[in-house]
Write a protein that binds this ligand. Structure first.
Ligand SMILES: C=CC1=C(C)c2cc3[nH]c(cc4nc(cc5[nH]c(cc1n2)c(C)c5CCC(=O)O)C(CCC(=O)O)=C4C)c(C)c3C=C
Ligand code: FES
Ligand SMILES: [Fe+2]
Length: 390
């Protein structure tokens, strides 16, 4: 279960940031081996403060272990022919790091493994970086035994993922806005970690794939609305509209039944370079200026809680919304949601049934890619992780 990971305690913040700034698949810096620890040291105090405010560390390992155990239990029932299934969290920047995990696979005598990216949408800066690290650990160093590899690299429109998001959004809307007119007026802001424009323009598929997830979730919410399971029915809206003195101009003028209005927005950009926009914070302020009163924030590109949901969304954007006069709710991260965990098991079961080593889409490098490791890694995985010619 490949992911970036997060510091489990405050002590791990510096090594986590150092590993992140050292990652040449994520960013290229001059004199990187020297600069990375220095930048990490400079950024550590403010990041330590953020992790201290969310309970002293990232909960990502706890969630990944729980998701893995639940997924494997389901898989053992669904696919006895490949049982027992076992999940190994393997993180890019925090413990358990990819390299020692590859060593454990060897010690455990594993013969068949799936590199299962836990990022639903593919970016070379996230999934690509993790796959490159697996390749470096096993393909180049050959320190992980003789494992037959395949890859699950993207699943941003899997029906189970879409269903879990749609259910979580609908529940949040229902709970946060008991009044159907107010509820219907809430703007759904799908917020994803941004990408530098340099990466987008190289042909990285992430931005388009996140948009694909958003479309699929909105389509599902539309079906739920049509079936009367959605935000508000026509009768409900008409009844509420006739007697309502709602504070939101957009709500009282236009009570259309159906899914809510929505936008895809981007968060967490760092540094002075241009990044994909519009930025989440600016959008919250902009909506307030346009007269909107209600918004719901959906973390669409990460599967468990982390500093971006718990600190940036809840603390920072919570503050922005309050200042701007927006009543904002945050949709919970997927974490151990049963529909989501079943989706993980279903993705693996289908992958095993299909017998495909890598997806066609994974084999296509970014048209602007200049990172040779990407090409070697893809070739290596397409051969099942065997006989690398490096
Ligand atoms: C799908 C999600 C993410 C993408 C895409 C992504 C790209 C990306 N990130 C940086 C630089 C930084 N990211 C940092 C933290 C961070 N990044 C993500 C997710 C994605 N990044 C998360 C979830 C986190 C937080 C970890 C946590 O524990 O919650 C940081 C460190 C924090 C900081 O210093 O502000 C940096 C730096 C780049 C350059 C990039 C694409 C090229
Ligand atoms: S950067 Fe996308 S394939 Fe290399
Ligand atoms: Fe990031």
């Amino acid at each position: 279960m490949l992911n970036m990971g997060g510091p489990s305690d405050l002590e791990e913040v510096h090594p986590f940031l150092r590993n992140l700034f050292l990652d040449r698949d994520l960013m290229r810096l001059p004199l990187q081996p020297i600069l990375a620890p220095l930048i990490a040291r400079r950024r550590s105090p403010s990041i330590v403060e953020q992790y201290a405010k969310i309970g002293g560390g990232s909960p990502i390992l706890k969630h990944t272990i729980a998701q893995g155990e639940m997924m494997c239990k389901l898989l053992d029932e669904m696919r006895p022919e490949s049982a027992p299934h076992k999940a190994y969290p393997a993180f890019r920047y925090a413990r358990p790091l990819v390299r020692p995990v590859m060593q454990r696979l060897k010690e455990d005598g594993v013969k068949r493994a799936i590199a299962f990216s836990q990022y639903p949408q593919y970016s070379c800066s996230t999934t690509g970086s993790s796959l490159n690290e697996v390749f470096r650990s096993c393909g180049i160093d050959r320190d992980a035994g003789d494992v037959d590899w395949s890859v699950v690299d993207r699943w941003g429109t899997h029906p189970g993922l879409v269903e879990a998001f749609a259910q979580l959004i609908q529940t949040t809307l229902n709970e946060h806005w008991p009044d159907p007119v107010e509820r219907q007026s809430a703007v759904i802001l799908f917020s994803a970690h941004s990408l530098p424009m340099k990466v987008v323009n190289r042909g990285d598929p992430y931005v388009a794939e996140v948009a694909g997830s958003v479309s699929a979730v909105m389509q599902r919410l539309g079906v739920m609305a049509a079936n009367g399971e959605g935000s508000a029915s026509v009768t409900e809206l008409n009844a509420a509209h006739s007697g309502s003195n709602t504070t939101s101009p957009t709500a009282s003028k236009n009570p259309i039944p159906g899914p809510n209005p929505y936008r895809l927005v981007w968060q967490s950009q760092v540094g002075p370079q241009p990044w994909m926009g519009p930025q989440t914070g600016d959008c919250i302020k902009g909506l307030a200026k346009l007269g909107y009163k209600n918004a719901v924030l959906v973390p669409i590109a990460f599967t468990s809680d982390h500093i971006e949901t718990l600190y940036e969304c809840d603390v920072e954007y919570g503050h922005v919304a309050k200042e701007a006069g927006i009543n904002m709710a945050r949709v919970p991260a997927l974490n151990e949601h049963p529909v989501f965990v079943r989706a993980l098991a279903d993705i693996v079961a289908h992958h095993l049934d299909a017998g495909e080593r890598v997806s066609t889409q994974m084999m296509l490098r970014c048209p602007g890619c200049v990172n040779e490791t990407c090409g070697k890694q893809k070739e290596w995985f397409s051969r099942g992780g065997r006989s690398a010619t490096v």
